[in-house]
Design a protein around this ligand. Sequence first.
Ligand code: M7G
Length: 183
Amino acid sequence: IKHPLQNIWTLWYYENDRNRSWEENQREITSFDTVEDFWGLYNHIKAASELRQGCDYSLFKKGVRPMWEDEANKHGGRWLINLEKKQRTLDLDNFWLEILLCLIGEAFDEYSDDVCGAVVNIRNKGDKIGVWTADASRGQSVMEIGRRLKERLNIPQKVIIGYQIHKDTMNKSGSVTKNTYTI
Ligand code: M7G
């Protein structure tokens, strides 16, 4: 028998098609709930670094859409890792795989229930990885998730990452969103 995961996870793929809305461009690929099915999927799809500019992968708990508007995300926010251009070849795929393993392995222990999913954005101006949590007002949970994330990705202490509330991101398209937490 296969090794069951704690949760069922859904992979989403976003590709920019100007004739469709942002929401319509989010495509649900498949769901899985075993270790073996995760690797089957992972080995079968393109690495994040091979996607075209403007594309995203998202992995969310089944039933949660990778959108601010979803019931599970609307009070939440994300820990955001902004990558430099050169990190696409150096770090992007390693970071993304490590985050996928953190999600499906429930690496945030008692705070794992607060994790909704993660998104990788492939962008010309610099790729981004976000880990989305359910409730920005749960400070202890948000900070503990951020601390572990940084630890698992081996991000040096001196490199500061920020947590942004989705409502702030939503209302501030274009320029930078303020950090509500940093670690
Ligand atoms: P992005 O793809 O997160 O980052 O947002 P980018 O600016 O680096 O490309 C780009 C645009 O996509 C936003 O300004 C929104 O118009 C749209 N968008 C992104 N997200 C995450 C959402 C979302 O959750 N809901 C909706 N309705 N639009 C979104």
